[in-house]
Design a protein around this ligand. Structure first.
Ligand SMILES: [Cu+2]
Length: 477
């Protein structure tokens, strides 16, 4: 039986004119707040694929909401793509046959790959054409993902279903004996906008400014699923594959989690948290202990309210449900240390670059989303970086929106965050490729660029902002 109710926005929680609030938070059916569909569908687990595989982006049909079917895009199956699992040292060989009626490509988010394999917006696979991505996997274990990157269409293609997880394993991680197999669960969290059960992607100008928020939260392509777990430790690899929505993840009631990894792989040591922010494009690797929960009880993965500027964090809502089964007699104990994160010394940096994230311009007065006043232009080189150089990049957000900034080709370390939340959160203590920059925050990143020349992009991973031009080119020379 289907149950649906509306979680109302708390009055006065957002300091915006009511007209603007209505534009941002009501979908075209007039729904405000997140739809709760009863948590009565089982969590689907994407099929797994090895390092050599076929991906065929194509139009499909599936049921996101029970009893309704909708058009989707998928790399395989009906929505999303397989979870690719590769071991460090393997070649990743992905043959992409574009069966869509529009151009697409594949960006390997988090992976260090040659420029011509990175899914740059200029490297497009046209409708009906094919391309073979091929590159060695030469980086530490981590949770990554892949998605399209055709400029102006990225958000719609991701929202319509093109995304998948990509896991790199290595000897260091294997030696930790972390929960695996049935006890290692990928969770791809995405908000979707549905109208009469059909996916719609039609952002208004207001939604291009703030982000396109869906009122239906899916995990692995299904609305508010449930998952039966045993009373033991689990490992969850969590990806925020939403176009704009930031989640403040928590387990209720009263169950914390141990963060063991983020974008670029394992942290130095586990970090105990009760809640953690996860922005679009970011990943989390967490351990959760269900062993103290009564058999038959329910635990919810939720997003809690947070202070997220003018358009995010105003409501709390449930994402999925775990139903606790019998204890399995598991003897796993989380390791006290996980890896070694060698800090890049600041004095190794040979250049500091500053990027001002501009306040959105008034409508009709030019670009709304820019770095240093510039928006994306195909073929223009905006920054030139010496091969192998270590640099500090500073992003200063004077505006009212959250921007998750993603830099291709590198994993970086976060040196500092000043203003706003003033500090680095536990999940940011390791290697990162995407960083949340809240209103009034300035974040300093340090990174060492690849030794090989080539053109890459960096951009906001609020995909509405990105498609609106919040992306620049950098050339490694
Ligand atoms: Cu942005």
């Amino acid at each position: 039986m289907k149950r649906r109710h509306f979680v109302k926005l708390s009055a006065g929680s957002v300091a915006l004119p009511m007209v603007l609030q209505n534009c941002m938070f009501h979908d075209r059916d007039g729904n405000a707040g997140i739809l709760d569909t009863g948590f009565d569908r089982p969590l689907p687990l994407p099929e797994e694929a090895g390092a050599s595989l076929d991906l065929n982006p194509a139009s499909q049909r599936t049921s996101i909401l029970e009893g309704k079917t909708t058009s989707t895009f998928a790399y395989r199956s009906n929505i999303l793509g397989p979870t690719i699992r590769a071991f460090r040292g393997e070649m990743l060989i992905a043959s992409v046959q574009n069966a869509l009626s529009e151009p697409t490509n594949v960006h390997w988010h988090g992976l260090k790959v040659p420029a011509n394999m990175d899914g740059n917006p200029v490297d497009i696979v046209k409708a009906g054409e094919s391309f073979q991505y091929s590159f060695p996997i030469d980086q530490r274990a981590g949770t990554h993902w892949y998605h399209p990157h055709p400029h102006g269409a990225t958000a719609r293609q991701v929202h319509t279903g093109l995304a998948g997880m990509l896991i790199i394993n290595d000897d260091e991680e294997l030696a930790l004996g972390l929960p695996a197999g049935y006890f290692e669960v990928p969770l791809i969290i995405q908000d979707k906008r549905l109208k009469a059960g059909k996916l719609v992607y039609d952002p208004s100008m207001m939604e291009t400014m703030a982000g396109y928020f869906g009122q239906t939260i899916t995990v692995n392509g299904v609305v508010s699923p449930f998952h039966e777990v045993q009373g033991r430790w689990y490992r969850f690899r969590i990806l925020n594959g939403s176009t704009a929505r930031v989640y403040n993840l928590a387990l209720s009631p009263n169950l914390g989690m141990k963060i063991i990894g983020s974008d670029g792989g394992l942290l130095g040591a586990p970090e105990d948290v009760n809640e953690v922010l996860l922005g679009p494009g970011e990943r989390l690797d967490v351990l959760v202990d269900f062993s103290a929960e009564p058999v038959g009880s329910e635990v919810y993965l939720e997003s809690k309210k947070f202070n997220g500027g003018s358009s995010q964090g105003a409501e709390s809502f449930k994402i999925m449900k775990f139903i606790i089964g019998a204890s399995s007699g598991d003897t796993f104990q989380p390791p006290g240390s996980l890896s070694v994160i060698d800090k890049i010394p600041e004095n190794q940096a040979t250049k500091v670059r500053n990027f001002e994230i501009n306040r959105m311009g008034m409508m009709g007065s030019g670009a709304m989303h820019t770095f240093n006043g510039k928006s994306y232009k195909r073929g223009r080189v905006d920054e030139t970086v010496k091969a192998g150089a270590t640099e500090i990049w500073e992003f200063d957000n004077a505006g009212d929106e959250i921007h998750p900034i993603h830099i291709h080709a590198v994993q970086f370390q976060i040196l500092s965050r000043t203003g706003g939340r003033n500090g680095i959160i536990p999940s940011e203590k390791g290697w990162k490729d995407t960083v949340l920059i809240f209103p009034k925050e300035k974040v300093r990143l340090i990174m060492t660029f690849p030794d090989t020349p080539g053109g890459f992009v960096f951009h906001c991973h609020n995909l509405e902002h990105e498609d609106d031009g919040m992306m620049l080119n950098f050339e490694i020379v």
